[in-house]
Design a protein around this ligand. Structure first.
Ligand code: FMN
Length: 349
């Protein structure tokens, strides 16, 4: 019998996520331009905005409204908000609903000092009673699906994701995403999936696993080890925007689609063009190029030198020039040194 791994999950009848692969919220990355790129490539069942301060959103702040902008074709999309005041968060959720979001999500994962200092993000994990009040208020404020995303706890000695997940479910959260790291581990630590598996056992709503899912093997391993309904992918999607298609294929027992260097060059350049369109100021566009390049270029052959060149670039044109040169160089080298046939073929010929 082939093993049956889930390929979709149902939040409610009007929100079925298929494939069950979700783009994680990432500040300064998952804006409308990046999400368009992910949607065009395909394989992603739902996208998230980056976290948006509920206070600014509820005031109708221009920056916050811009962050919440999405294309109609992008659905389903979740608007994620953060804060620590139940009334303000409820108002932020209401605005997200008015903007037409498919779902609204509460951030309980952000490790940044700025956010945690005001008891927002992952600092909420230390205050279960406040979590209950926030979830209750947000749930009551909207009729669209309401979800939460969290880390596994504040620090390894105080992992309380199961407790928080139970509270969130009891107060009406309809799906729960869990990043296996605690707040104190930031982006390091040893990958542990037991807490995610425990959350999956503890609640009846769909659970998404998050953290270091970067390809088909890590995706299948996570699904098998945790029994979750779906996967949420962050940095792996910046490094390899085709990762959703690769995992979707694997879930159906198919081989990964082949993405050659010409396709990577085309996508990277088209994406940088789109960034320039969005960020009319050259400096802001260059800043975004650099942020994306740190990850994307890891997926390009001999990319280390290109990464350094882009990080040193003074203008977007200079960075784009380096990309052209790099891919031209790869083409020239491929013509001069055609790939060696596999050993078995060499032996036969
Ligand atoms: C640049 C960056 C920005 C992030 N911003 C957010 C955010 O706005 N909201 C949130 O819930 N998590 C945020 N995260 C955390 C990710 O959503 C995710 O939980 C984390 O990166 C682990 O998943 P990954 O290993 O697939 O990247 C951010 C992560 C990165 C790298």
């Amino acid at each position: 019998m082939p093993e049956a791994l889930p390929t979709s999950y149902r939040v409610r009848d009007d929100l079925v996520i298929s494939p069950n692969l979700v783009l994680a919220p990432m500040e300064g990355v998952t804006d409308i331009t990046f999400r368009r790129l992910i949607r065009q490539i395909g394989g992603c069942g739902m996208t998230f905005t980056e976290f948006i301060p509920a206070a600014g959103l509820s005031r109708g702040g221009a920056r916050e409204l811009l962050l919440a902008t999405f294309d109609e074709a992008e659905r389903p999309i979740t608007i994620q908000v953060f804060g620590n005041d139940p009334t303000v968060l409820a108002e932020g959720a209401r605005v997200a609903q008015d903007l037409g979001a498919s779902a609204v999500d509460l951030n309980m994962g952000c490790p940044s000092k700025r956010v945690c200092a005001h008891s927002g993000g992952s600092a909420l994990l230390k205050e279960p009673l406040l979590v209950a009040r926030i979830v209750r208020a947000m749930r009551a404020a909207v009729s669209i699906p309401f979800t939460v995303k969290m880390r596994s706890g504040w620090e390894p000695e105080r992992e309380n994701a199961v407790e928080i997940a139970r509270i969130a479910e009891a107060e009406g959260a309809e799906a729960i995403a869990v990043h296996w790291r605690t707040r104190s581990e930031k982006y390091g630590g040893q990958r542990r999936l037991d807490t995610i598996a425990a959350v999956r056992q503890a609640v009846g709503v769909p659970v998404l696993a998050n953290g270091d899912i970067v390809d088909a093997p890590s995706a299948l391993h996570t699904l098998r080890q945790t029994g979750v309904h779906g996967l949420m992918i962050g940095r792996g999607a910046i490094k390899n925007p085709w990762v959703f298609r690769e995992i979707e294929a694997a879930l159906h027992g198919l081989a990964a689609p082949i993405v050659d260097e010409a396709e990577k060059e085309r996508v990277l350049l088209a994406y940088f063009d789109a960034i320039r369109e969005t960020f009319r100021h050259e400096k802001a566009a260059l800043g975004r190029f650099k942020k994306i390049s740190k990850y994307f270029i890891d997926g390009i052959r001999d990319g280390e030198s290109l990464k350094v060149q882009i990080l040193r670039s003074q203008t977007p044109d200079e960075a784009i020039g380096h990309i052209h040169e790099h891919f031209e160089g790869l083409k020239v080298r491929a013509v001069r040194a055609p790939a060696m046939p596999p050993r078995a073929e060499r032996a036969r010929s």
